[in-house]
Design a protein around this ligand. Structure first.
Ligand SMILES: NC(=O)c1ccc[n+]([C@@H]2O[C@H](COP(=O)([O-])OP(=O)(O)OC[C@H]3O[C@@H](n4cnc5c(N)ncnc54)[C@H](O)[C@@H]3O)[C@@H](O)[C@H]2O)c1
Length: 206
């Protein structure tokens, strides 16, 4: 049990990679706080933990909303008075269902055009992107990571021991023409401030 009784918060743990991390942490003995903006999804992750589910709890909060993040950390402090691990995993791809469909349509069109050697469908993502779409993606990934990290550090520094894990993506390194806003914020985590990237003198790592 590598993580016996460690207190771990995983954001966006209601599905995908976050859920897998939460389940693995629980398997290794951690007390897992399963955050998601979708409370039912967070609860479902806990149901999958088997006997470890009794130690876990679901915390609904939109990580892009600093007030909600503060409330979530207030509850964590009240319950455990400490935090050992934060995984900043919550993320979004498309902001709206229509945008997702449109992007899929273009992807399919491009694939068939590539097969015939005459590419005519272009992504044209940047010129068609709304303020809302741009702001939402940056808000969840960048602000969300900052808001959670800020509150986590207040707890982690009490014991001068802890780990913060930020999700990045190959999109940050290789680029992704269909999602410049996603690529940009993911790149930011490859260049996180020294405080987060290095083992700090306070015994924390990120
Ligand atoms: N899937 C991939 O191939 C891939 C590759 C590289 C990086 N990533 C990164 O990994 C992370 C997880 O990706 P995934 O594919 O598992 O995504 P996913 O969509 O399966 O899961 C993301 C979860 O985050 C939750 N969420 C979304 N916005 C939130 C918010 N504001 N507050 C709290 N929770 C919120 C969603 O409800 C969902 O449960 C993301 O940060 C993503 O950028 C994914």
């Amino acid at each position: 049990m590598k993580l016996e009784n460690r207190i771990a918060l995983v954001t966006g743990a209601g599905s995908g990679i976050g859920r897998a991390i939460a389940l693995l942490f629980a398997e290794h003995g951690a007390v897992v706080i399963v955050n998601d903006v979708n409370l039912d999804a967070a609860k479902k992750t806990i149901e999958e933990m088997g006997t470890a589910s009794s130690k876990a709890y679901a915390a609904r909060a939109d990580v892009s909303d600093s007030a909600q993040v503060k409330t979530m950390f207030f509850d964590i402090d009240a319950r455990y008075q400490r935090l050992d691990i934060l995984v900043n995993n919550a993320g979004i791809g498309e902001v709206s269902e229509n945008k997702r469909k449109e992007r899929n349509r273009k992807a399919e069109a491009r694939l068939s055009e590539m097969r015939t050697g005459s590419l005519q469908t272009h992504w044209d993502i940047t010129q068609e992107m709304s303020d809302e779409e741009w702001n939402r993606v940056l808000s969840v990934h960048l602000n969300g990571t900052f808001f959670c990290t800020r509150e986590a550090l207040k707890l982690v520094t009490r014991n001068n021991r802890g780990v913060i894990i930020n999700m990045s993506s190959l999109a940050a390194l290789a680029g992704i023409a269909s999602a410049p806003h996603y690529e940009l914020q993911r790149e930011a985590f490859c260049h996180s401030p020294g405080l987060l990237r290095k083992k700090s003198p306070r015994g924390m790592s990120a």
